[in-house]
Write a protein that binds this ligand. Structure first.
Ligand SMILES: [Zn+2]
Length: 358
């Protein structure tokens, strides 16, 4: 028995360390590395920071970007640590805002297209399971409007009060009309989200454990959901997936089918697949050499994990060790890092962005 546990533990470590999967292969681009001593510091162009600015702002564009995961809001007494009270959810947003975190869309996270102001840390917000307390519609005088007190309603009001916080979240849905419940059809609900700056992701058609599925069934679960979204939103491209229960397929061959597969004659491609908890001690950016796009970590939006691996565990770690945070230089086309970090950049993943060291 002990031996089996040891082998399982070893397999887990090996899987967790599997880091050779860049988000975007871009073999044609040979990125330039610029030393600030020579170029950036002498620039007087608008928005270009000097080396002194990097030092004083502690710019760190290979630092950690929290991706937060919610599963529905309640007024009080959450049934599990996955649900969040509305008061705590509002408190999460306020803390993030007050502590210089700014919301970015999923696509910008994936492509490392970080447009937050200099000195700020990006944050990504996600919701799983199509919960009506996260988003639903009601009919008001024949018009579909956001249901009061759902997470989207709270996010919208927060954005009006704090427009510089940024707005957006990704909703990982399953199949069928029961998603988000409330008024409107599946199509109308998804359309509402997209038209208001939110994103839709794939949480599989029927929320089964991926570790128990055949290659065919796995592709059906992913492809059928994508097809349903495409039917509702013909122009929309689904790029992200969250594993139901956070459980990944067991073999490498099956894992690859999460990224590229085919269902009903239609091919699909997923850029990034998230777990339901931190799978590594750091919330790595997608351009870090150790980032695994099929095993991307998220932080449960909660504050009761004794191991410190939920949102508030990490926020406290970042308070204690602020150098862990991603700190932007305010320019999406450069990746500004300390010289010692240069070897940690996955150069195949950065496209034509320029690495600047200081
Ligand atoms: Zn789920």
């Amino acid at each position: 028995m002990k031996k089996i546990i040891y082998i399982l533990a070893l397999m887990f470590v090996l899987t967790a360390c599997n880091n050779d999967q860049p988000v975007k292969q871009n073999a044609n681009n040979t990125p330039n590395t610029v030393n600030t001593e020579k170029e950036a510091s002498s620039s007087s162009a608008k928005n270009i920071l000097t080396k002194d600015d990097y030092v004083s702002l502690k710019v760190n564009e290979l630092g950690e970007i929290p991706v937060i995961m919610y599963h529905g809001l309640v007024d009080e007494n959450p049934p599990t640590s996955y649900q969040r009270t509305r008061a705590d959810f509002k408190n999460d947003l306020q803390y993030l805002y007050d502590n210089k975190y700014r919301v970015i869309p999923m696509n910008d996270f994936i492509n490392h297209n970080i447009k937050v102001e200099a000195g700020y840390t990006p944050v990504v917000i996600t919701f799983d399971d199509g919960e009506p307390s996260d988003f639903s519609l009601v009919e008001n005088n024949g018009k579909l409007v956001i249901a009061p007190d759902c997470a989207v309603d709270i996010l919208e009001k927060f954005a009006v009060k704090n427009p510089d916080f940024g707005k957006g979240a990704t909703f990982f849905v399953n199949g069928g009309e029961s998603q988000f419940k409330g008024a409107g059809t599946y199509k109308e609900r998804l359309e509402y989200l997209i038209n208001n700056g939110y994103d839709i992701g794939n949480h599989s058609y029927s929320h089964l454990e991926f570790s128990k599925l055949s290659a065919q069934k796995l592709q059906e679960e992913i492809g059928r959901l994508n097809a349903g979204i495409k039917n509702a939103l013909p122009e929309y491209k689904v790029v992200a997936l969250t594993y139901p229960f956070g459980i990944r397929p067991k073999t490498d061959e099956l894992k690859k089918l999460v990224k590229d597969g085919e269902y009903d004659g239609e091919k699909y491609h997923i850029d990034i697949a998230f777990r339901e908890g931190p799978s590594m001690p750091k919330m790595l950016t997608t351009i870090h050499k150790n980032f695994d796009s099929l095993n991307a970590p998220r932080l449960r939006g909660a504050d009761d994990d004794k191991t410190g691996s939920d949102l508030w565990g990490y926020l406290k770690k970042y308070e204690k060790n602020p150098e862990r945070r991603y700190i932007s230089d305010g320019d999406a086309s450069t990746i500004v890092i300390k010289e010692a970090e240069e070897g940690n950049v996955n150069k195949d993943s950065i496209g034509d962005k320029k690495v600047v060291t200081y």
